[in-house]
Ligand binder design. Structure first.
Ligand SMILES: CCCCCCCCCC(=O)SCCNC(=O)CCNC(=O)[C@H](O)C(C)(C)COP(=O)(O)OP(=O)(O)OC[C@H]1O[C@@H](n2cnc3c(N)ncnc32)[C@H](O)[C@@H]1OP(=O)(O)O
Length: 198
């Protein structure tokens, strides 16, 4: 089924509202009865939405990041607009690099008050992978090496960056990092291999 701009916006708004629910459900301190009442409402919502469902989450077009890159840094590419489980990012492209800003909330906690290292890895995979996709290259991650240099805080703005380091035949190496207040907390280096097909 084609997705009209109106359906796309409605789907994105629904996913954004779902993220709000996920955070609220995770940190709520309501009374037992209120929690049970909220659970009943949410179960009903899940049934309502599930009455007609696709087998998979809607995919954004493959060439979306390349189009955003051509349009310039003021035209970010939204990541995970259709999937509440993904950490939503607005990725800005500038030449051979990409940047994004994120303030992670309580959903993404690992050590107390800090960002979970697995989420950092996922963010880096996205920053590197989407940058490669924005070059029009169809590639998957073959390896991703991470250095956790210092703790990454929650509830504070983080700057995410990536750049292409090397291209050799089908092999593309990209680097990225997470910064808090100008200091790197995580560094990543990934090898991506170009694949055939769609
Ligand atoms: C459709 C794309 C849409 C956009 C998607 C965005 C993706 C977002 C990022 C992801 O999360 S991707 C999901 C996680 N990754 C995977 O599921 C990939 C699983 N692995 C594979 O599918 C294959 O192993 C892979 C395509 C990576 C390589 O298999 P090939 O059979 O094509 O590789 P081949 O054996 O011919 O090796 C090609 C070169 O890459 C090198 N290589 C392959 N895997 C490597 C590895 N793991 N580490 C280091 N080098 C590796 C290999 O040594 C060789 O180097 P040389 O050309 O110099 O000889």
């Amino acid at each position: 089924m084609d997705i009209t701009p109106e359906r796309q916006q409605a789907a994105n708004d629904l996913v954004a509202a779902t993220r709000e629910v996920m955070l609220a459900a995770s940190v709520t301190d309501m009374d037992l009865d209120e929690m049970r009442a909220a659970e009943r409402v949410l179960t009903e919502v899940a049934r309502m939405l599930g009455k007609r469902a696709r087998p998979r989450v809607v995919r954004a077009p493959f060439d979306g990041p390349a189009t955003a890159r051509s349009a310039g840094p003021d035209h970010p590419w939204p990541l995970f607009a259709y999937n509440p489980l993904g950490i939503p990012l607005q990725i800005h492209f500038d030449g051979d690099g990409a940047t994004a800003r994120l303030t992670p909330d309580a959903l993404y906690e690992g050590p107390p008050d800090l960002l979970h290292g697995g989420f950092s890895a996922g963010l880096m995979d996205c920053m590197l992978g989407v940058l490669i996709q924005a070059q029009g290259r169809r590639a998957v991650t073959a390896s991703l090496d991470l250095s956790y240099l210092r703790p990454t805080p929650l509830d504070q703005p983080l700057d995410l960056r990536s750049r292409i380091a090397e291209i050799s035949g089908r092999k593309i190496t990209a680097e990225g990092w997470i910064e808090h207040e100008g200091r790197r907390t995580v560094e990543a280096r990934g090898l991506f291999i170009e694949i055939d097909g769609t």
